[in-house]
Design a protein around this ligand. Structure first.
Ligand code: BDR
Ligand code: CA
Length: 322
């Protein structure tokens, strides 16, 4: 039987590869793709998502636009005073902006726009009306899903599992200890964790372990499949920006979001899983968005992928990115 899934994205370079993997996985029944703010404004992420579906010949997949910002914007303004957001783009000598996540993907126009229904209503209605349990895959800030939990806690009974790309243990990419998706809306992560729903996290620890060397981009391009061509382009965009901003030397790239979908295709791509009681720091401090493991509060039903196998990840990408 196919796994019923809702993919929640902020497309987004690495999101586009997660979408490609999901669309090409015959074992998924994609009920819809919900879009959140994050890598760009939600309107731009939605348009990018529709373009990616069109690129893969899947204009039939329903796309729902969601939330515009995190649950507590006043608190976020306080946090930014402690830990200002860093740049994720540079401007070249011709005045052209090179963004880690392009505002508008350089892909053909989709056949239609998003559905009229908003993402949160879609998530609640779909879960509440389903006889079968549904898997949710959030690979952006979790505002859509957190809002759905706050409005209708009963959705928990209809969820098989939530598989996130998010979080980090002992490392961070937007603060010393926080990962971007969870940092962008810790209050919504907290709302989800409080429910006790079964969760699996693919944090930075796993996605960094599965980094792809740039020599793979050349190999992917030569392969000739549409999906691998997009992956090669995405790797080059990311490596260029990462190198210019001094994040790393540009010899490899991390395609975070695709690992969450790859895990559902073949769980053995994760070669070190740990079970922890998980909560998240929601205080307006340097710890904002940092995972709290095995503290006084938290969800005891959480598996955290601490490491992933690069070779298996690459094999899944080659097999499923048609
Ligand atoms: C996450 O942040 C976003 O920028 C990426 O799309 C990914 O979901 C990595 O921290
Ligand atoms: Ca993302």
């Amino acid at each position: 039987m196919k796994r019923k899934v809702i993919l929640d994205v902020d497309t987004g370079t690495d999101d586009s590869i997660a979408i490609g993997l999901a669309l090409n996985n015959p074992n998924f029944e994609i009920l819809g793709i919900t879009v959140t703010w994050g890598n760009q404004k939600v309107e731009d992420c939605t348009k990018n998502t529709l373009k990616v579906c069109h690129y893969f010949g899947r204009d039939d997949v329903k796309v729902y636009m969601g939330e515009h910002h995190q649950l507590d914007t006043a608190k976020r303004a306080e946090v930014v005073k402690v830990n200002p957001d860093g740049p994720i783009f540079y401007v070249d000598e011709n005045g052209v902006e090179h963004n880690l996540h392009p505002k508008s993907f350089n892909l053909p126009e989709p056949l239609h726009g998003p559905e009229e229904k908003d993402a949160v209503s879609f998530v609640i209605d779909t879960l509440m009306n389903s006889d079968e349990k549904i898997t949710i895959i959030p690979v952006g800030p979790t505002t859509n899903i957190g809002t759905a939990f706050k409005k209708c806690p009963e959705i928990k009974e209809h969820i098989e599992e939530i598989v996130f790309m998010g979080g980090s243990v002992g490392m961070g990419n937007v603060s010393p200890t926080a990962e971007a998706n969870f940092y962008n809306d810790p209050d919504s992560v907290h709302a989800i964790m409080q429910s006790g729903v079964k969760c699996t996290l693919l944090p930075l620890n796993a996605t960094h372990a599965a980094a792809l060397p740039m020599s793979d981009a050349d190999e992917f391009e030569k392969n000739g499949s549409k999906g691998l061509k997009l992956l090669a382009d995405v790797m080059r965009i990311r490596a260029d920006v990462s190198k210019h901003l001094g994040w790393h030397d540009g010899t490899h790239e991390i395609i975070h979001d695709a690992l969450a979908v790859a895990y559902l295709i073949d769980p053995s791509v994760v070669d070190k899983m740990e079970r922890h009681k998980v909560d998240i720091d929601t205080s307006a401090s340097i710890k904002y968005g940092t995972l709290i493991l095995d503290g006084d509060t938290g969800n005891e039903n959480v598996d955290i992928a601490m490491h992933a196998d690069y070779k298996k990840f690459k094999k899944i990408l080659i097999e499923y990115l048609k």
